[in-house]
Design a protein around this ligand. Structure first.
Ligand code: ATP
Ligand code: MG
Length: 651
């Protein structure tokens, strides 16, 4: 190997401040990223740091060869073979098991040998449709080991969504399980998978199944194989890592589908490994030998970067948790389960989402105080705007710094946050922070493309190329869609659009105001839905809120609010709803002015969300405007959208 593992070097010895660190990444990107590349092992050194000859395609570390699985597993065998690597905890089944790096290495080789036996070679696609079980991580790492491209599809997606992903990825093999479980309810995956394969045009050669004994499974002869059989056959298998070019594809993953049809994001190998290693050190301040806990799912990018690859590359133990945030290992309600895991495994960095915190916020706040959380240095939250009341509630309840992260499936790692490992700067509530090293983030005027440099000017958040290591390479099999979707939306400029709307304040902190298509234009005033939601969520009677713009003959658009009240009694009490509606309107008047006041506030028991927990504003908006709600394949609970329909119809 060319470089030693520098995890234990004194940290950031030459860095006076984050501002200097960031400036170096902008002014001397080659030197900066050459330095970061030392955080991983290279089989062959790279010859060119970044090839940006054909914008917007950035090729990182050309000429170099490496392997994600080697960096996540094998390279730690020398120093930490017996140390915990994967800590699997399921409050659905009561299973709790720790795999050391050595044990993980063995399991991954068994899985890799099984894949080899099924004919999988470098460049083949393997679709992983699995619940949160340790075998899912083995499967991802085994693919990385062989240079096979994994395509993880969130477990429990309906057959139609799965079928379209099978046709897009054209996998040689699909890895799945008999069932997942959610809140104690078994969701049989195998029938969904069988139906999806029936619906898809492409057919896999083989299906590998983990039998958790949660649901009966019918095996298709000649196609379906059991992991238990192959695992036993390859008990002592030794499968070496296939060295990949840095620019070889590691995986594809779909975006959440909040704004429409999901996009198949394609990621490289070397750039991604470096980006993750660097982010573990500079952003998450995670150190080898410690424990990291991300509550996400492997079906999302956070699960790829910060359940599986990032922590392991950093030599940390990673907790993989199956279950709700509110249930104990005995299956009984327990709103402190996560905090008890933090205490038990001495978690130093934790990563979750505002949507999960809002679930916890409905519980007794005393649950945040039950456990010893002294190991925890910070809680990172990402995926959606973190409203101030939610941020304050969790921060005060846990007495731990809360760090909001803004990023996307496309970026693979945070774009805007606080680099906690470089300089422990204070966060500002409502702001994820400042641009991360490597990201030249700008705010542009939506229609003129002019750069907005004055504080608090609203515009589209864009990234000037080249995008940093770890960022998406392209859309899988569709370079033209990649260029046209992301790089051509601002007139006259080739910049990457995040399609999010934001401002930068006097101190350089960014505030994300919502998606560009969520901007409401009321009688010529442009308002982000986020601003109105932020104001409404500050009302003590509000648990959750969604604001959408609805076409209005007179004003162009008006804001419409849907609120989940803290007290569910409000839902059935006309007088109480009317009072709360009036109070909320007054609050918005006071915070933002009458122009932002929603024309109606309607109360519901739940809001429609994607499976990843994001508000489906476009679906709410379509319902309010009497249009078809569009692609709803990623929606979690159809009943929530039906409730909105009923409320709107009731006037
Ligand atoms: P699709 O692109 O398919 O419509 P999606 O954008 O929801 O789905 P993701 O990549 O999972 O898919 O989500 C990224 C988006 O989530 C960002 O563009 C932004 O709108 C929102 N987001 C993520 N983190 C934050 C945050 N910390 N603050 C505000 N918004 C955030
Ligand atoms: Mg998106």
């Amino acid at each position: 190997m060319c470089h030693p593992n520098p995890q234990n070097e004194s940290r950031d010895k030459n860095m006076a401040s984050y501002a200097d660190f960031y400036r170096q990444s902008m002014d001397q990107p080659e030197a900066f990223w050459t330095e970061q590349a030392k955080l991983i092992d290279w089989h062959k050194p790279f010859t060119r740091v970044c090839n940006y000859d054909k914008p917007p395609f950035a090729h990182w570390y050309e000429g170099g060869q490496t392997n994600l699985c080697h960096n996540a597993v094998d390279r730690h065998l020398k120093d930490r073979a017996d140390q915990a690597a994967l800590i699997y905890v399921s409050s659905e089944t009561g299973v709790e098991k720790t795999y050391s790096f050595k044990e993980l290495h063995v399991e991954v080789q068994r899985m890799a040998a099984s894949l080899l036996a099924m004919g999988v070679v470098k460049g083949d696609r393997v679709l992983i449709y699995m619940p949160m079980i340790a075998e899912a991580a083995f499967a991802m790492l085994a693919c990385a080991r062989l240079g096979a491209i994994h395509c993880v599809v969130f477990g429990g997606f309906a057959s139609g969504s799965l079928a379209s992903r099978i046709d897009d990825a054209t996998p040689k093999v699909i890895i799945s399980a008999d069932a997942g479980s959610r809140g104690g309810k078994v969701v049989a995956y195998k029938p969904l998978l069988d139906e999806a394969i029936k619906l898809s045009t492409h057919k896999p050669d083989a299906v590998l199944l983990v039998d958790r004994q949660l649901a009966p499974m019918h095996l298709v002869a000649g196609r379906d194989l059991l992991w238990s059989t192959l695992r036993a056959k390859y008990m002592a298998a030794q499968v070496h890592c296939v060295w990949l070019d840095s620019t070889d594809i590691s995986y594809t993953i779909y975006t959440s589908g909040t704004t429409g049809k999901p996009k198949g994001v394609q990621r490289d190998t070397g750039g991604y490994a470096v980006a993750l290693a660097a982010s573990m050190k500079h952003i998450f301040d995670g150190r080898a030998g410690e424990t990291y806990f991300s509550t996400s799912d492997i079906g999302w990018v956070v699960g790829h970067s910060y359940i599986v690859y990032g922590p392991l590359i950093a030599g940390m133990a990673t907790i993989m948790y199956e279950g709700l945030p509110t249930q104990g290992m005995d299956g009984q309600p327990n709103g402190a389960i996560w905090w008890s895991l933090v205490e038990k495994y001495k978690v130093t960095a934790m990563f979750s989402a505002p949507t999960a915190v809002r679930v916890l916020r409905k519980q007794d706040p005393a649950l945040l105080k039950k456990n010893d959380l002294s190991s925890l240095r910070a809680l990172f939250l990402a995926g959606e705007p973190l409203d101030e009341p939610t941020g304050r509630w969790i921060s005060e309840g846990l007495n731990v710094p809360i760090i909001d992260n803004y990023w996307q499936t496309e970026s693979g790692w945070p774009i805007i946050t606080i680099a906690n490992g470089v300089e422990k700067k204070a966060s500002k509530f409502g702001s994820p922070g400042v641009p991360m090293y490597g990201y030249r983030v700008k705010i542009l005027h939506e229609s003129t493309g002019e750069e907005l440099t004055q504080p608090n000017e609203k515009g589209v958040v864009v990234i000037d190329g080249p995008t940093p290591p770890g960022f998406m390479q392209t859309i899988w099999k569709d370079d033209a869609r990649f260029v046209n979707t992301y790089w051509k939306s601002v007139p006259g400029k080739m910049v990457y659009s995040t399609f999010d709307w934001g401002i930068r304040d006097e101190d350089g902190y960014f505030f994300i105001l919502g998606r560009t298509d969520d901007v409401i234009n009321v009688a010529g005033h442009r308002l982000g839905t986020r601003e109105i939601e932020e104001s409404i969520s500050g009302h003590a009677g509000v648990a959750e809120v969604a604001v959408v713009g609805v076409a209005d003959a007179l004003k162009g658009q008006v804001a419409m609010a849907f609120v989940v009240p803290k007290e569910s009694a409000v839902l059935d009490d006309a007088a109480a709803s009317l009072k709360l509606e009036g109070d909320i309107m007054k609050r918005v008047d006071g915070d933002l002015g009458a122009v932002a006041r929603p024309s109606r506030v309607r109360f519901v028991s739940a809001l429609p969300k994607t499976r990843s927990g994001k508000l489906l504003r476009r679906a709410i908006q379509a319902v309010c405007e009497g249009r078809d709600a569009g692609d709803l394949t990623t929606m979690d609970d159809p009943a929530a959208l039906q409730q909105i329909r009923d409320r709107v119809a009731a006037k």
